[in-house]
Design a protein around this ligand. Sequence first.
Ligand code: PGA
Length: 263
Amino acid sequence: MKVVILNNAAEVAQYGATLFSKQINRKPNSVLGLATGSTPVAMYKQLIDFYKHNQVSFRNIKSFNLDEYLGVSGDHQQSYRHFMNEQLFNHVDINKANTFVPVGDAKNPIEACEVYEQNIKSSGGIDVQLLGIGRNGHIGFNEPSSSLGSRTRVKTLTQETIDDNARFFSADEFQPHLSITMGIGTILEAKQVVLLATGENKAQAIVDTVQGPITAQCPASALQLHPDAVIIIDEAAASLLENQEFFRHIERENQKLEQSLGL
Ligand code: PGA
């Protein structure tokens, strides 16, 4: 696991966007795994800025989002499809036909999950998967107790996640309690996974992810098994980690190495 501790949320967004744009420039037809939530928004803004300055093009990119609410259609204001259009896709040159988000209003959600898995496979697999993390350590909507080998499926949200996401819904609005989410097994198959976390309220989840035992009680701890997992966090999210100086030292050394190799 590579743990990158940065000074603030703006630096986390910049680092994440740079990593994604380097990936796209290395492989213009990359398959990206994308995420919703508040954390990736600043990174998407930075990517839009890179695109506007001709530093990156999404023309040949394919993307798969982690999850979607069950029972909402893609044109619903609260759907993750709508979020992705608003926060990224509408502002760059991506072909929307090549952007995939689980179908929240599928007639047969179970079948839709299988189709989603097949689609990822036939696209050659995900090159880089972006992740946020819940306060309870969830990735995608894989809540604590999710099988670490799980695949794309229908999942029930915990009350904690429902409460955390209530801020996006108005008081009288229907808030789904079910979702379709890629599984932890699906996420672990991405060639690289990049997790962003900022703020003190993520500090315990980050300790459990990086230092804790690998356990279904903290789904993100499964990333310890991934050969190329990058955890990009600000000081507040890193605040409970032991060995912070060691992680900073490794990052300084990595930067020197990358510069000397011209990467
Ligand atoms: P957040 O959500 O970025 O809005 O904190 C992250 C998540 O729940 O995965």
